[in-house]
Write a protein that binds this ligand. Structure first.
Ligand code: SF4
Ligand code: SF4
Length: 237
């Protein structure tokens, strides 16, 4: 067995999914991502089943594995009860572990997700907190959001997000130190921190290769702006 398939098969989700699939293509027919993107879940499974290292490496370095919306609609229609979305999760994980994700436009966006959502979880305990939705990164939010963002404390307190930014009860309240310590420990023991560090390490390497400025923290750097805003417009059918 090739090096990539044997590694992928250590993941129970992938192992079971590959065994169950009979390549009928029903998942492709109902997949919402396949409707718009250059994306075919059946072909992805076939590629992995082929055990061809060269082809699997190409897949792991491609945009293809990042088009899946993880909606799990495939599970509802597959005659074998298979869930392609879970196989895709396994492929994404391997792509990140090996640093292959930085070789594709959509894969590189993992860095933006880590520096925004990932960092927000570690700093504030929220996946998304109003205080990190900076208007300059989200022009689609319009001028009203800009105004809300600039006056966030008083506005969210009025809207029921009481204790905004302070420890206490409330939808956008700050978590106490003990809770945050526990949350960070969960990330430490489950490998989440190592995973984030890998994303950082490989992104830094890629930024250097692309000649783009990189900073160890925050979102004010050329590489972040590039992965957050660039779109080749070559993803749709
Ligand atoms: S619908 Fe199920 S069996 Fe058919 S190709 Fe997709 S995963 Fe395989
Ligand atoms: S989980 Fe992914 S592969 Fe499955 S239907 Fe949704 S977008 Fe398609």
């Amino acid at each position: 067995m090739g090096k990539y398939l044997s590694r992928l098969k250590q993941d129970l989700r992938v192992q079971e999914g590959l065994k169950a699939c009979m390549n009928c293509g029903v998942c492709t027919a109902i997949c919402p991502a396949a409707e718009f993107y250059k994306y075919d879940p059946r072909i992805i499974i076939e590629t992995v089943q082929s055990d061809n290292d060269e082809e699997i490496e190409k897949l792991l370095k491609s945009d293809t594995i990042w088009y899946c919306g993880e909606c799990m609609s495939c599970k509802t229609r597959c005659p074998r009860g298979n869930t392609v979305g879970l196989i895709i999760s396994g492929l994404r994980q391997l792509s990140q572990e090996l640093g292959f994700f930085v070789e594709s436009e959509k894969g590189r966006q993992q860095f933006a997700i880590k520096r925004t959502i990932g960092q927000c979880i570690l700093d504030l305990g929220y996946c998304v907190h109003a205080s990190i939705v900076a208007p300059r990164l989200h022009p689609e939010q319009g001028p009203i959001w800009e105004w809300v963002y600039q006056n966030q404390e008083s506005i969210f307190n009025k809207l029921g997000g009481n204790n905004f930014g302070k420890v206490g009860e409330g939808a956008l309240a700050k978590h106490d130190d003990e809770t945050m310590e526990e949350l960070r420990n969960i990330f430490k023991v489950t490998g989440g921190i190592d995973f984030f560090n890998d994303i950082e390490k490989h992104s830094k390497r890629k930024a250097k290769e692309m000649g783009l400025g990189f900073k160890e923290e925050g979102i004010d750097n050329e590489y972040f702006t590039h992965v957050f805003t660039y779109n080749s417009n070559e993803h749709n059918k």
